[in-house]
Design a protein around this ligand. Structure first.
Ligand code: GLU
Length: 454
């Protein structure tokens, strides 16, 4: 059987972590099976849908490396939904309903007051109304008592039909409701597997009812537990910590975010670090967990550090868009020094910035130290200036020999200050590696500034 999966966001917001995880699971499953992954915009909520959200969702998916053919839009196939609704009407599986909002509201209020489940009472079920302004409702078969479907994670799920009502499938303006459009599209696009959040389980029952009556294909369904925020509440779309592009902005790599999202709900041998190549090879529905997962930023940061360590420095350099004034090779040499030390690309950006334009900020002790040790520095600069072969080893030799004559305490005080003059930071890689990257001219020029602090 050909595997076809899909990610079907409603473009009413940008891509959030939960959505990205759903997309990733569907994409990995399709890749693992040599199948196809589709992107479908469920834009039938005309008022809340916005094309700019489609663009943001696509930008985020592309950043994550999730590829797909040209996306489809539900609003571009309105007539198809209308045809199916008319077919259902013709076969007696749907009916027009012209109940007013006031009436619907009033029966709802009554039902709530009586403690019964609010649902449509079926008043129009047996009328043959063909009003222009009518909605179309599904006509759930009265002889059927329950609806069931098999969920890959949870097994057989059943609902009593009385829990449902004759819900609307087509609005009076001809726009389909969510459940109606979804299952028609899954049929038309020959979707074989649906993986989505378990907040959709009630929808799945409604989709099952439609698929039975309209004789549509029934894909395999896997409902994954929702993501929880750090406080344990269901992560909402509107949560700022949820926007995927914000993670890119904050210096996370797509490799780490994918790895992190994958591990939020899927596991294999407790493997934490995993590349997308390996994930494609190993992904299976049986690895999906049953329990909800909490967002853990520390874990994401840890993974980011591991992934940054393994990305070729030149590739990282190309991702750092703000430093076009330097060559890729130069940027890569700075990056190489810091891989394994930084948790985000943003930190790398800041480090490069300080290599380019160090900010000289000292505390009082450090200033005093500069004053007291100025002659020492002038002599050091002279030696460094005489160096012919500007490389790490020679620089290290000079520094070691020079400081050997003093007690060790001096170099441990001196080095952080030298580092501040060179790159505006007291901590970091060895002085010789920093000097090698800066080159002779910059190194001497920056160290000479110490004179101004004496
Ligand atoms: N459009 C739905 C949403 O954004 C997804 C529907 C589905 O996956 O079937 O939540």
């Amino acid at each position: 059987m050909k595997v076809t999966t899909r990610f079907a966001p409603s473009p009413t917001g940008s891509l959030h972590l939960g959505g990205a995880r759903t997309a990733l699971f569907n994409w990995l499953f399709a890749k693992n099976k040599g199948g196809e992954f589709l992107l479908r915009f469920e834009d039938t909520d005309i008022e809340r849908s916005n094309i700019s959200y489609c663009e943001q969702i696509e930008e985020a998916l592309q950043w994550l490396g999730i590829d797909y053919p040209k996306p489809t839009f539900q609003t571009q196939k309105i007539s198809r939904y209308k045809d199916i609704a008319e077919n259902l009407l013709k076969n007696g599986y749907a009916y027009y309903c012209n109940c007013s909002q006031e009436r619907l509201q009033s029966i709802r209020t009554q039902q709530i007051a009586q403690g019964t489940l609010p649902k449509y009472d079926g008043q129009c079920r047996n009328k043959s109304i063909l009003d222009e302004g009518s909605v179309i409702r599904i006509k759930l078969p009265s002889e059927q008592h329950s609806l069931s479907f098999n969920d890959t994670i949870r097994g057989e799920l059943t609902i009593l039909q009385e829990q449902l009502d004759d819900f609307i499938i087509l609005r009076s303006n001809g726009i389909p409701t969510f459940n109606f459009a979804v299952i028609i599209d899954d049929n038309d696009q020959e979707i074989s597997h649906v993986i989505r959040g378990d907040d959709h389980i009630t929808n799945t029952f409604k989709q099952k009812a439609i698929s039975q009556l309209a004789k549509l294909n029934w894909p395999s369904f896997t409902h994954v537990p929702l993501l929880l925020d750090q406080q344990g509440k269901v992560l909402s779309k509107r949560d700022a910590a949820s926007n995927v592009l914000q993670y890119r902005e904050n210096g996370f790599t797509s490799e780490a975010l994918n790895n992190y999202l994958l591990r939020l709900g899927w596991s294999k041998n407790n493997l934490e670090y995993i590349t997308m190549k390996e994930a494609i090879r190993h992904f299976s529905l049986s690895g999906l967990n049953r329990s909800a997962c909490k967002i853990d930023i520390d874990k994401l940061s840890w993974l980011n550090k591991q992934h940054i360590k393994n990305i070729p420095p030149k590739e990282i350099a190309m991702r750092l868009i703000h430093h076009k004034e330097e060559t890729i090779e130069w940027l890569a040499s700075v990056i190489t020094l810091y891989q394994g030390r930084v948790e985000t690309l943003k930190e790398l950006e800041e480090i490069i910035q300080s290599f380019l334009y160090p900010q000289l900020l000292f505390n009082e002790d450090e200033l005093l130290f500069c004053k007291d040790n100025n002659t020492l520095l002038i002599n050091l600069i002279k030696q460094i200036n005489n160096l012919v072969d500007w490389n790490k080893q020679c620089l290290k030799d000079i520094l070691t020999t020079y400081f050997e004559q003093f007690d060790t305490n001096l170099s441990s005080k001196f080095f952080p200050i030298l580092r501040i003059f060179l790159i505006g930071r007291s901590h970091g890689p060895s002085l010789e590696s920093i000097m090698e990257i800066l080159g002779k001219v910059k190194t001497i020029k920056r160290l000479e500034l110490m004179g101004e602090y004496s």
